[in-house]
Design a binder for this molecule. Structure first.
Ligand SMILES: NC(=O)c1ccc[n+]([C@@H]2O[C@H](COP(=O)([O-])OP(=O)(O)OC[C@H]3O[C@@H](n4cnc5c(N)ncnc54)[C@H](OP(=O)(O)O)[C@@H]3O)[C@@H](O)[C@H]2O)c1
Length: 431
């Protein structure tokens, strides 16, 4: 019996659509008004050269964009914005990712770079007021790249990141520049539900929640896109939402071993890291665009890729079903249920294996993970249509890089390989 002092609350169950839209509504009210007294006020720096506010520069794509921006002659300053870490300094983390990706660490000493640590989820970003004001006066482009690339977390875990998107919009709208600095937001093609039966995803917003994959990650990118799209309708902000495809190795073949291996297939085509970073930078000037897709214009089939991998590692190719059965068996036999590959079983089941027979036939020919095709017409200037196809040499570069990593472990019997590391819930796995 419920006690009288604790009246029972009526249980309200929200549909998925309502749940997602609640987040959108929460972050799209009370836009700051533009201060017309200061708008257009003289800012000599902004007239001459560009000043970037770039988030997540300790990660794969952010570090490559940072390296490229440092080398561009028009860059006056880059505020490299990251969250603080208790044990390692921002400088150490940058050095380690630059070394890993084959970028010169000398670039990090360039006076153009200002390292900022803070928290985007709070107004003022948790930095000194003077620094916030200095950034607000000078920044001409915002590249929002930081995001938890976590596929098993629920949407609620991304709330702080959505708050960060809203605070960045406010930061842009508070700018004294004539036009608020553009926000380039790194979204993901992985947001679209696997096996969504749509021929071509256009370079536009899509409202249909049913097209959004079930993961909190995909949902969070959709909500963030909606917040930015509404801001562009209701304010002077002109954001650019860039749906990034799967990024492959850096110039030295480096491809984070912690990444979820099937994400490797989860694309229309992989885009090499450096090409992707350059495309993001070049797209900032595409003023007529509000959405862009960065995917490879000449994808190869999954079968061709797996043949390269199988040849390099001397592994037998098995069906996805057999692979999943082995993964389940291996997990229960070794009781290593904390292994990232094991933790991701249901994710693999949803994303790797289509239930529909027609789609199964299609995937033999095209994409194993059932991602829709993405319209790239507008992005073609940034990703040239003659971009080389992925070849065996490239795959061997990744494998050479992975096999040097401490987390590369062969725990199976003959021909069964699991590669991964326990400290993140992403994995590179092959059984
Ligand atoms: N890699 C791909 O193939 C791919 C595909 C589609 C879209 N994207 C998008 O591209 C962007 C970069 O991806 P990536 O592959 O470079 O990821 P990554 O290597 O994991 O780097 C992510 C960056 O975001 C920061 N970050 C993560 N969680 C954060 C949080 N809660 N608060 C503040 N900062 C946080 C990380 O900082 P710490 O160093 O502090 O963790 C890091 O700097 C993301 O927005 C991702 O969704 C990537």
């Amino acid at each position: 019996m419920p006690s009288l002092s604790q009246p029972q609350q009526p249980q309200i169950t929200l549909s998925r659509r309502e749940r997602l839209e609640t987040y959108v509504r929460r972050f799209t009210i009370n836009w700051p008004t533009r201060n017309h007294d200061i708008i257009g006020s003289k800012n000599p720096e902004a007239n001459a050269k560009e000043v970037f506010f770039l988030t997540g520069t300790t990660g794969t794509l952010g570090s490559q964009i940072l390296a490229e921006l440092i080398m561009r002659p028009y860059t006056m300053r880059i505020y490299a914005f990251n969250r603080p870490h208790p044990k390692t300094s921002s400088r150490q983390r940058h050095e380690s990712i630059f070394l890993d990706k084959g970028s010169s660490i000398k670039l990090l000493q360039d006076p153009k770079v200002v390292y900022v640590e803070g928290d985007l989820s709070v107004p003022g970003f948790g930095v000194a007021k003077e620094l916030y004001e200095e950034m607000n006066k000078s920044v001409t482009t915002i590249i929002h790249n930081a995001w938890p690339v976590k596929f098993t977390k629920p949407l609620t875990d991304f709330e702080v990141n959505l708050r960060g998107v809203r605070n960045l919009i406010d930061f842009s709208l508070q700018s004294p520049h004539l036009s608020p600095p553009r926000i380039l937001f790194m979204s993901s093609i992985g947001m679209v539900k696997a096996w969504a039966n749509i021929p071509l995803i256009p370079n536009t917003p899509f409202m249909d929640v049913d097209l959004v994959g079930e993961s909190g990650y995909g949902e969070s990118k959709w909500v963030a896109e909606r917040i930015l799209a509404i801001a562009s309708e209701e304010t002077e902000l002109k954001p650019l939402i860039i749906r990034v495809g799967q990024i492959s190795g850096g110039v030295n073949g480096s491809w984070n071993v912690n990444e979820w291996f099937p994400a490797l297939v989860n694309s229309v085509g992989f885009v090499p890291l450096q090409k992707c970073a350059n495309a993001v930078i070049d797209l900032r000037n595409a003023s007529s665009l509000s959405f862009a897709h960065i995917v490879h214009p000449n994808p190869i089939t999954w079968t061709t890729l797996m043949n390269f991998v199988s040849h390099s590692l001397n592994l037998k190719i098995v069906s996805i079903e057999e692979w999943l059965t082995k993964l389940r068996f291996w997990g229960s036999k070794t009781r290593n249920t904390k292994h990232p590959a094991f933790k991701l079983i249901s994710f693999y089941e949803h994303n790797l294996y289509p239930k529909d027979e027609d789609i199964q036939r299609l995937t033999e020919k095209y994409q194993i993970t059932g991602l829709a095709m993405f319209d790239t017409e507008m992005t073609s200037r940034s990703i040239p249509f003659d971009l080389e196809q992925l070849d065996k040499n490239e795959v061997e570069k990744w494998i050479g890089y992975w096999s040097k990593q401490p987390s590369w472990v062969n725990v199976g019997e003959k021909g069964e390989l699991i590669l991964g590391s326990g400290h993140r819930d992403t994995v590179l796995a092959r059984l």
